[in-house]
Design a protein around this ligand. Sequence first.
Ligand code: ZN
Ligand code: ZN
Length: 72
Amino acid sequence: MSVYCCDRMDYELNNKCEVHGTRADCPDALIAFADGIYGLFIHDGGSSFVEISYCPWCGSRLSTSSGSNASI
Ligand SMILES: [Zn+2]
Ligand SMILES: [Zn+2]
């Protein structure tokens, strides 16, 4: 009953770090998801990320326009 494309993505986006307040601050967080857009975090001290269109693990196309029911 995962809402994401694969278990790895599901784990990534549901993983809550207890040390860092937000996922953007956590060096362990790889994937950003905001406003229906998926991205790879750039850990440069900010919360910027590079948008991606395909899952880096399973290669599925990541839907960015069919509405979203999930958020960070
Ligand atoms: Zn995937
Ligand atoms: Zn962390």
